[in-house]
Design a protein. Structure first.
Length: 176
């Protein structure tokens, strides 16, 4: 996956991204570089095949991360509402002053998602690599929490088709 490689390239070449504290990897995928963070890395992965790959590489994963972290790495899903909700979730799981690092393929709307995060978080740093964008921001009190709450709500489970079914963004034909 190009976004994964772009993420680790950026982490290797941008010393201002802190990697010495606790790290959360949302939508984590197996990668040899994860071994360096053993003991302070939490990988969240709900998709079973990816969770099994993490397990096979010796990296434990969880379905739901708890606590707060110094750095949150995010490989978002493709659906817009889930990406924005992931930004809000990452904000909630970051320590004050912590860094959110996002890697997204350009074909998945990386530029637009970068702008969305910039509107909420303020100043971002960006690297373009392999048709992907990696962008990061520090958590500070100025993040727009009203917008974050809206993003959380937009990705929540809801009734569809005249209330007959429950669905949510990210599920196949969730808004049928």
């Amino acid at each position: 996956m190009k976004a994964l490689e772009a993420l680790f390239h950026t982490l290797d070449t941008q010393p201002e991204i802190p990697l010495d504290g606790s790290i959360l990897f949302l939508h984590a995928l197996a990668h040899p570089a994860l071994e360096a963070w053993r003991g302070r890395l939490t990988c969240e992965q709900v998709w079973k095949p990816a969770a099994l790959q993490l397990q096979q590489s010796g990296i434990p994963s969880t379905r739901t991360a708890t606590g707060t972290f110094d750095t949150v790495l995010l490989l978002p899903e493709r659906q817009r509402d889930t990406v924005l909700a992931d930004f809000a979730k990452a904000h909630d799981l970051l320590n004050e002053g912590g860094t959110l690092v996002v890697a997204l393929h350009n074909d998945w709307g990386a530029k637009r998602m970068e702008q969305q995060l910039a509107n909420v978080a303020g100043e971002l740093q960006t690297v373009s690599k392999s048709h992907c964008r990696v962008f990061w921001a520090k958590k500070h009190p100025g993040w727009k929490t009203v917008q974050l709450a809206q993003w959380r709500q937009n990705a929540a489970m809801r009734r569809i088709l005249d209330g007959r079914f429950w669905s949510m963004p990210g599920l196949f034909h969730w808004d049928a």
